[in-house]
Design a protein around this ligand. Structure first.
Ligand code: NAD
Length: 351
């Protein structure tokens, strides 16, 4: 397994590997870029087939955080962590405490929050070992679970995309497929149902599906069919890589706009979507709501009004990406990358 020549290394400032034999902790923390501030991004707790898969995941996620945080013009850099779920029984509190000690050793160059598989209770355990943690439920400036704010940002972004694609942001009667009804996907479904969208949903967790059917009137779709559902808008809200050479030809939506990180399995999917006339909302632009919420906590001044202003800015930035892509005949991903790289080059004196 290589690091510096890894295809996803992309100039990372640091990649840390942590092991604690007593608790079973095995984790990577990747710090991609700290020009704008301490690297901030969530910790993912997931079962990986190999530590090579975990490393690839953390590198891709970490780089995406640099782009996301710069694009949202936040005073934080990009980083991410993954904890490899131990095989067999383990003591969850001991594991997350060991992880908290790991975060502490890197001296504030990385500030963690939640990602897939990590709960507010886990965050509280991490907090017992380090102050370099945000997205907490309690305490001074606690911003809480970022997922509802992510969902609000995605919902607002879908309206911007609909405005460009259909001439109106009104989602009443629009057919939307949601892949993944987790913390973000379910909250997004609630927003959409509230404005009269017609929902099709899929999740590997059937309990969430039953709830969406009962409470939101959603239609349940098999996980194998959700990406090809006959809808206007496809919202990937599960894990990365939903848009790939297998799924792309079958997509029937004219907009792809969802919460999942790294939705395009390979960069050439951006051209492939454009070639098919599908408007793609770059994932790290539309899903920045949660990190905006976290950044408010990191800044030590959690302020709901400031978060709302940043969500307004998210809409404006996404609109600019769509408009520039249309006028310059380029993909939305390439415009977003260019804008993010410009913003990432701004060095702030924060240490
Ligand atoms: P979550 O773990 O709460 O939800 C993920 C859901 O996807 C789960 O319900 C899971 O059962 C489902 N799922 C997994 N594989 C699936 C499949 N093949 N088909 C259908 N459903 C499947 O996670 P979350 O916090 O809601 O995050 C969802 C996505 O959004 C992730 O990619 C995450 O990185 C990204 N994201 C989350 C936030 C946030 O604030 N939580 C912020 C930005 C980006």
């Amino acid at each position: 397994m290589s690091i510096f020549s890894h295809p996803d290394f992309d100039g990372h400032e640091a990649v840390h590997a942590f092991c604690d034999t007593e608790s079973g902790l095995r984790a990577f923390i990747a710090v991609h870029n700290t020009n704008r501030g301490p690297a901030s991004g969530g910790t993912r707790f997931w079962t990986y087939a190999s530590d090579g898969d975990a490393l690839a995941d953390v590198l891709r996620l970490s780089r995406a955080m640099s782009y996301k945080n710069a694009m949202a013009q936040l005073d934080i850099g990009g980083g991410k962590a993954v904890i490899l779920r131990p095989e067999g029984a383990f003591d969850r509190n001991a594991l997350f405490a060991a992880y908290g000690r790991s975060v502490e050793t890197i001296g504030g160059t990385y500030i963690t929050a939640e990602d897939v598989g990590v709960s507010p209770a886990d965050m509280a355990v991490i907090k017992t070992q380090t102050d370099n943690v945000a997205g907490l439920s309690e305490g001074d400036n606690a911003s809480g679970d970022p997922s509802p704010v992510t969902a609000e940002g995605v919902f607002r972004g879908i309206r911007v995309a609909a405005e460009r694609a259909y001439g109106s942001p009104d989602l009443n009667g629009r057919r939307v497929a949601i892949q993944g009804l987790g913390s973000v996907g379910y909250a997004l479904a609630e927003h959409l149902a509230h404005v009269g969208a017609d929902l099709q949903v899929a999740d590997i967790d059937t309990s969430r599906l039953a709830r969406a059917e009962k409470e939101l009137g959603a239609t349940i779709v098999d996980t194998n069919d959700i990406l090809s559902a006959d809808v206007d808008i496809l919202a990937p809200c599960a894990l990365g890589g939903a848009i790939n050479s297998d799924s792309l030809p079958a997509i029937r939506a004219s907009i792809v706009a969802g919460a999942a990180n790294n939705q395009l399995r390979t960069p050439d999917m951006a051209e492939a979507l454009t070639a098919r006339g599908i408007l793609y909302a770059p994932d790290y632009v539309i899903n920045a709501g949660g990190i905006i919420n976290v950044a408010a906590e990191v800044a030590g001044r959690y302020d709901v009004a400031w978060v709302q202003t940043k969500l307004d800015q998210l809409e404006e930035t996404l609109g600019e990406v769509f408009d520039r892509a249309a006028s310059e005949g380029r993909t939305t991903a390439s415009i977003a990358n260019e804008m993010a790289q410009e913003r990432m080059a701004v060095i702030r004196d924060w240490r």
